[in-house]
Ligand binder design. Sequence first.
Ligand code: 3PG
Ligand code: MG
Length: 410
Amino acid sequence: MARKETLDKLPMKGRRVLVRVDFNVPLDDNGNVTDDRRIRMALPTIKCAIDAGARLILMSHLGRPDGQRKPEFSMKPTAVRLAELLGKDVKFAPDCIGPEVEKTALALKNGEVMVLENLRFHAGEEKNDPKFCEALRKLADLYVNDAFGTAHRKHASTYGVPALMPKGTRAIGFLIEKELKFLGDALQKPQRPFVAVLGGVKVSDKIGVIENLLGKCDRLLIGGAMAYVFMVARGQKVGKSRVEREITKKDGTRKDIIALAAKLLDKIKASKAEVLFPVDHLVAKAFAADAETDVQGPEMEDGWIGLDIGPDTRNLYCEKLADARTVIWNGPMGVFEMAPFAEGSVELCKAMADVAKRGGTVVVGGGDTAAAVEKFGFAEKMTHISTGGGASLEFLEGKPFETIEILDNA
Ligand code: 3PG
Ligand code: MG
């Protein structure tokens, strides 16, 4: 992808700058933001616009309200949190389009900030509906996209709006710039050895990632419940473990994941990368923190559930990380939310922090993995933690992001 213009090059003073951020953050039952990382990561862009004297309009989605106005998905708590982080007043608009919002946008003074209500309260957002795009576009003189987590969605706010705007008015923010640099450099010019660590429950959303990484990394370490899918594909016993055997696609058709995993095993055999699977597992009698546990491997016995990688696997994987210069990690090694099954993820986390400490690059991708690193207290020790879940996976698959491509080149 060509290098993209960043917002600091736009003439922002006194102009209404519409910024797409990804404030899709978790809320508790009282509507408080429980993890504000995505908001904090957007601060450099927001502060740059404020300092330049922009009239800042921030827009985002939160959750999946499916085109309906559902109060539990309001953006209001994110505006409250942003105001705390900025130490300054942040206005909140009760909708994202319409005459009232337009009036408030026009009344903004230089350096003032407004957060719009959830874009997905309107069905037009996800449909990239021309009328909805036009209504949003009306609010702005300039457009900035800093929503890396939503960069794989071709929606009104990420694609339709910038498509309506002239050249010279559309830039990326500093978060997208940073994400593209760390994820892009790891894929395109990694220092070697380049080790990828993949885990989590699902194989279906990582097939493309594995295929793409096989041609790029030196070693691939596989853990989490996704390893059990490969075991089943090989005819190995996995007891009562959770295994993604099949998925139903949006159009209702079914996909046999075991068959896909079997094909992937052939590709793994043919590739030059060293691909490792768990040699042992921490298993339990039940899916509970106080359940009876055992270490079994390489296969599991009837009646047991695999919940983490075993101690031999842990040591083996840490050895394979010891001389790494570049690491990409996506997906925990076990059910880290329960302390007895967190050790695999914790130990690998430590080994990766050591890689970063020695000057190597460690990039952690999205969602659950970011939450795990944060929970274990290693967030500051990694080189970069992506704000993208699905987006970071699609990036690692090598898929192009049209939402970024449409913005102005530097
Ligand atoms: C995410 O959290 O993955 C992004 O905010 C995108 O949300 P979505 O998966 O609902 O499109
Ligand atoms: Mg998602």
